[in-house]
Structure formats: C-alpha cells, structure tokens
Write a protein that binds this ligand. Structure first.
Ligand SMILES: Nc1ncnc2c1ncn2[C@@H]1O[C@H](COP(=O)(O)OP(=O)(O)OP(=O)(O)O)[C@@H](O)[C@H]1O
Length: 567
C-alpha cells in the first residue's frame, strides 16, 4: 500500500493536532519552553539591530549601549538554553506517553484484531513510527524559536527598508515553491521507505527465528539474504538517498537565492537610495537569519517522515481501538467465582472473509456446558474448530450470536475481562512467563513439590517465584507452562494439545494422574487432545467437525489406565 496517496493537507492538520494532543499533558513545560525560546529569538533579532546601531554610531558607544547589549545577549542565550532543556524534557515525556499508549492499545485490543496484524508490521511500527512521530513533536518548540527569530529579523528588515524586505520575501517565496515541489517527491520516497522497513523487519524475523532452517537450506538462505533482506535494505538506502538528494538540491537553491538577494541589494543600493546603515544591517540580519531558516527548512524531512509515520500509528491505533474494558493499572472488578457451570448458549463466531473473497470459517452455533470438577475433552480433525471454540469459551473472541452464561447469568461485555480471570491456559503457541503464579498473590506452597512431580526439579528451581532458567527442551518448557497454569489457582484450566510434546511416560502421567488430581481439587479441565487412547479419562468428550459439535460421548476407561484415572 502506498501511503503517499492521501490528502497531504488533511494529513498535516491531523499531524499537527496529534502533536499538540501529545503535548497537552505537558503543556506548562512545553509552553514555558516555547515562550522563553521565542523571547530568546526576539532578543537575538533585537541584538542584531543593536550591533548594527553600534557599528553605525559615529562617536562610539556608551555604557547604556553595553547594558542593553549585555541584557539582550543574556536573554538570547538563556532563552535558547531554556527552550532546549524544556524541549528535551517534554520530548522524552511525549515519547514515553506514546509508547505506553500504543502498548495499552495492544493490551486492550480484541485478540482477533491482534491476530489480524502481521507481527513484523507491528514491530516496525512500534520501533520506527513511534520514534518518527516523537522526534517531530520533540522539536516543536525548537521550530517555534527559529520561527520567532526569523519573524523578528523580518520585522527589523521592515524597519530598515520595506523594499529590501520585499526582496527577501520574494526570495523566500521562490525557495518555498522549490521546496514544496521537491517535498512531494521525497514524501513518496519516505512512504516507500516505510513499506521497505516492514519488509526488512519481516526478513529480520526470518533470519533469527528461521536460523536453523536457513542453515540447512543454502538456496533459501541466498535468496533471503541476497534478494529479500538485501532488496529491502538497498531499497531503503536508495529511496532515502533520493529523498536527501532532493532535499539538498532544494537547500542549495535556497542558499543560492540568499546570496543572490544580498548581491542584488548591493547592486540596487544607489538606485534605491539606501542608507549605509540599512545595507549593513540587511547583510548582518540576512546572514544571521540563514541559520534559523535552515533549521526550519531542515525540519521538512523530519516532518515528512513524521507524516508517513503518523498515518501508520493512527491506522494501528484505529485497528487496535479496543472497545472492551480491560483494566491495566487499576485492579478491575471483583474476580468472579465459578460455582456450578459455564454454558455456551447458541454461540457462533465467523472469521472474516479471506483476501481471496472466500468466506471465513464459522464455528457454531454451539451449545455446551463446562461443569466444575469435570474433565472435558474437545477432539476432532485438524481445522475442525477446537481452538476457536476455546477462544470463545475464554472470552477471547466475542460471540457474534448467542451468549455465555456463568452459573446461569449471561456474561455482559463489560464483565468479560473479569470473566476471563476464571481461566488459566496453556495454548499450543503459549508464552512462557518466568514468574510463577499470580503476581502479587504469592506462590502456592506446593510449587516446589510440583516441580518434582513434573520431573523437572533437577533442571529448574524457583528463586523468589521466578524460574531459575527456561532454557529447556520443548517438552520441559511445556511442563513449566503447566506449572504456571496450575499455580494461578484458577477454577478452569484449558490445555490445547498439551501432551503432544511429551514422552509416552509423561503423557500417561498427565492423563492418568495430573488431570484427575486437578479435578479432585474441584477445577474444571478443558483439554484439546488427539490422544484417543486416553479419551476415556474424560467425563465427556466433545467431538468437533466442521465448526460444530458432532457428538458428545463418555467413552469407557481402557483397562490399562482405569486404575489411575479415578473414574
Ligand atoms: N486467525 C484466524 N483467522 C482466520 N481464520 C482462522 C484463524 N484461525 C483459524 N482460522 C480458521 O478456522 C479453522 C479452525 O481453526 P482452529 O484453530 O479452531 O482448528 P483446530 O480444530 O484447533 O485445528 P488443529 O487441530 O489443527 O489445532 C481453520 O481451518 C482456519 O481456516
């Protein structure tokens, strides 16, 4: 997608609003920094006028002159320093606020919205875009100072000679036209650079997460390095160089115009009957004001990048505009209890249609009850909708029809985050947190014993509730994930193909000892499984086929495991 196709005026306005919005919480510091900076900028312009006056004073300058000179110097230097300090203070706060805002949006976003995002795009946005928007906001009062110096100097020029000011304004207008023209082209460059940065992020993931596969596959390695990653890197370098070439060309034209204006002023000196004081003041001011004008022009590439980045951050923010209340800093509502059962009542969920127009997979309508103190297996072919069903049960996907009832009462949208606190999970793509149990709630006393039980105590210990290591085999890591789920103390534990990575001995232990133990503690256990040998361990087995419940059965426990299964 090319980002440069949107209305640039609307976009710039949105960026300005966003920059001001970001600055709003810190407005006292930002305003003070800007005002001091503007005062310093105006003092600098007045200082130039004072210097010119001093140069033209026939009898030399007196004490009063020096007093004013020193005062203006002090104001100019201090104003600039104060603006700089204030800027960096606010800038850092803005960056921190923006980072937290995006993180909070991700934490509050519906899980389906996060799953729709491509991770590499998300990371590229978090790294590049937040930075680019912040950098621009960071400099807002610096630009205000440069503008104040420029306008102050123009005011002095007006006092010296309106004709000379007109000449300067003509040159500035020409420079603005040239820059504006070049800017369009470099905006396209920056939009393309951002697309390439997404590609680069994707390839960075490929070479780190796919390191093993690439080590054994030379042709693919060559392609990833030479074509995909190399292509993205070269594209970024090419488009950035092009953008900067345009910028420096426009800048050179601007500088040339400056010197041209000074030359023209010297040429027209006689014809315009200019005073020597006016000409020298003009030259001093013009040479000085070139710095702030360069600073303003130099802001344009940063502004361009910020615009491109802002669009992306805005799009990300819109995608993640979670409507669900999810408590972040505050503790949230009371954790609900499960007394009897959770019921799915005609629950239905359809994934959105694919890019090829094919309708998305649909689960439901599902009617199912999960009772306290039971083991419920969910089984079925690959792609039959088992994981989608448990995401609905967990309240990770909002049902598009039907309702979830907790002990007979429907779970309202506002209470969904509280409802989710009933569950502990081990998904197939689980994330292993190294802090055990519920943070702030302490560690269950039997945690060490559980490590023994999971046959992992010889590898891992617990130090202040943190695993000593998570550098373990796939099956061992999954045992730690189970320990985490157990230690969270929730009334329902959901396992998605937990036993798939376990050796036969431990798989047997899981089905015949651990699950029955957890049931004895009064928990409900929802287990997605392909291990048909152990289906008899379950109180009920829900067979999924093509997104629906095809059958609910209660198979007998096979002889060889009957003794342990506790049924
Ligand atoms: N994030 C998603 N976006 C769109 N469609 C999805 C998504 N996740 C799953 N699906 C679709 O839903 C169908 C069911 O997926 P689900 O993961 O629920 O199956 P499953 O029974 O758990 O499969 P498996 O045994 O392979 O884990 C899939 O065939 C897929 O087409």
């Amino acid at each position: 997608m090319n980002d440069s196709k949107q209305d640039p005026n609307q976009d710039r306005f949105a960026l300005l609003c966003a920059a001001l919005g970001l600055l709003r919480p810190f407005w006292p510091t930002a305003l003070a920094a800007t005002l001091l900076g503007v005062a310093g900028g105006l003092a600098t312009a007045a200082l130039l006028a004072q210097v010119n006056r001093g140069l033209q004073e026939p009898g030399g300058v007196g004490a009063g002159f020096f007093l004013a000179f020193a005062g203006l110097c002090g104001l100019s230097v201090l104003g600039k320093a104060a603006a700089g300090v204030g800027n960096s203070l606010t800038g850092q706060k803005v960056i921190a606020a923006l980072r937290k805002d995006i993180a909070a949006r991700i934490l509050r976003a519906p899980v389906a919205a996060i799953e729709r995002q491509r991770i590499h795009r998300l990371v590229a946005s978090l790294v590049n875009d937040v930075e680019a928007v912040s950098v621009f906001t960071f400099n807002v009062s610096g630009y205000a100072v440069a503008l104040a110096v420029t306008l102050g100097c123009f005011g002095y020029l007006l006092a010296l000679s309106p004709a000379l000011l007109l000449l300067v304004l003509l040159a500035v207008a020409t420079g603005v036209l040239v820059t504006h023209h070049a800017r369009r082209a470099w905006m396209e460059d920056y939009a393309d650079v951002r697309d390439a940065q997404d590609d680069l992020q994707k390839q960075y993931r490929a070479i780190t997460e796919g390191a093993k596969e690439l080590r054994v596959d030379r042709p693919r390695r060559r392609r990833v390095f030479g074509v995909l990653l190399g292509g993205a890197v070269d594209r970024i370098a090419r488009r950035k160089s092009h953008a900067m070439r345009l910028f420096w060309t426009a800048d050179a034209v601007g500088s040339g115009l400056f010197f041209l204006v000074i030359g023209v002023a010297l040429l027209l000196r006689e014809r315009l009957a200019l005073e020597p004081a006016a000409v020298s003041g003009f030259a001093i001011v013009l040479l000085y004001v070139k710095g702030p004008i360069d600073q303003l022009v130099g802001a344009l590439p940063a502004l361009g990048q910020a615009q491109v980045a802002f669009r992306r951050v805005a799009r990300l923010a819109a995608d993640f505009d979670g409507r669900e209340p999810v408590a972040l800093e505050e503790p949230g509502g009371p954790t609900p209890e499960l007394r009897h059962a959770i019921a799915l009542d005609g629950v239905r969920y359809a994934y959105p249609a694919g890019e090829d127009g094919r309708p998305g997979f649909t689960v439901g309508p599902i009617d199912l009850e999960i009772r306290r103190g039971e083991i419920l297996f969910i089984v079925g072919d690959n792609g039959s909708g088992k994981t989608t069903l448990i995401k609905l049960l967990l309240g990770l996907y909002a049902p598009q029809a039907g309702a979830i009832r907790l002990d007979g009462r429907p779970v309202a949208e506002a209470a969904r985050d509280d409802y989710r606190q009933l569950f502990a999970t081990v998904f197939t793509d689980y994330y292993l947190f190294d802090e055990v149990g519920t943070p702030g709630a302490g560690l269950p006393s039997e945690a060490e014993r559980y490590l023994e039980r999971l046959d992992i105590a010889h590898k891992v210990s617990l130090r202040d509730g943190v695993f000593s290591t998570t550098d373990l085999s796939t099956g061992q890591r999954k045992r730690l994930a189970l320990l985490n789920a157990w230690a969270a103390g929730r009334p329902v534990i959901v396992f998605d193909e937990w036993a798939a990575d376990q050796d036969p001995g431990f798989r047997h232990l899981f089905y015949t000892e651990l699950l029955p133990d957890l049931r004895r503690q009064g928990r409900a256990l929802v287990v997605i499984s392909h291990d048909d040998r152990y289906f008899g361990v379950a109180d009920r087995v829900v067979h999924m086929a093509d997104g629906r419940i095809a059958l609910v059965s209660a198979p007998a426990v096979p002889e060889d495991i009957a003794g342990n299964a506790g049924r």
